[in-house]
Design a protein around this ligand. Structure first.
Ligand code: MG
Length: 186
């Protein structure tokens, strides 16, 4: 019988994989903070952490994490066949499958996610920079892009939520004004 994998299992595997590969939710949230703080006065790191958690709820993101990190791990174990092994090992400049896999999961979060991903791909910051810097036998050819995509989606989500909150506040104020008017208050 074909086993249908429960989404709980996929989520747990993706989260523990990130942890095993040395990336914490806080690491990703720090990147989100740096991306969104210029546009969001008073932004709290807790909101960034919450947004990263929300993005990690998406199956598409979980699947991308599992596929990408699996290839990194297989490359570390030298279990990929050539020439893919050398390409992944060296993070070959023209190899774009790592970016393509990661980019695929940001589309659901709109254009801010896409442009932020492009920015992070060029200006590697925080944990992305750490992953991109080769240390020992560790290979993070896919992981750095996956982290950039999670941070980008979480940034875009925050930007849209901020606008929703601003609009809700404006509507609340307008309603309060109308209520005062109806009650004959200034
Ligand atoms: Mg890469």
């Amino acid at each position: 019988m074909i086993r249908q994998v429960h989404s709980r299992e996929v989520k747990a595997a993706a989260l523990s994989r990130l942890q095993e590969r040395g990336v914490t939710i806080e690491d990703i949230a720090d990147v989100v903070f740096l991306m969104q703080a210029p546009y969001n006065v008073g932004l709290k790191i807790d909101s960034c952490i919450e947004s990263v958690h929300a993005v990690l709820e998406k199956r598409e993101v979980q699947h991308a994490i599992l596929v990408g990190t699996e290839l990194d791990i297989l490359a570390e174990k030298k279990s990929l066949s050539e020439p893919l092994l050398s390409i992944v090992e060296t993070d070959e400049g023209l190899f774009g499958c790592d970016e393509t896999l990661a980019l695929g999961s940001v589309f659901g979060y709109g254009s801010i996610a896409v442009t932020t991903f492009g920015h992070l791909d060029k200006q590697k910051i925080g944990v992305i920079k750490r992953l991109d810097t080769k240390r020992g036998n560790a290979i993070h050819t896919f992981l750095d892009d996956l982290v950039a995509s999670i941070a980008s989606s979480a940034s875009s989500r925050l930007a849209h939520r901020l606008r929703d909150e601003q609009e809700a506040e404006m509507e609340r104020q307008l309603q309060a004004q109308q209520n005062r008017k109806q009650a004959g208050q200034p």
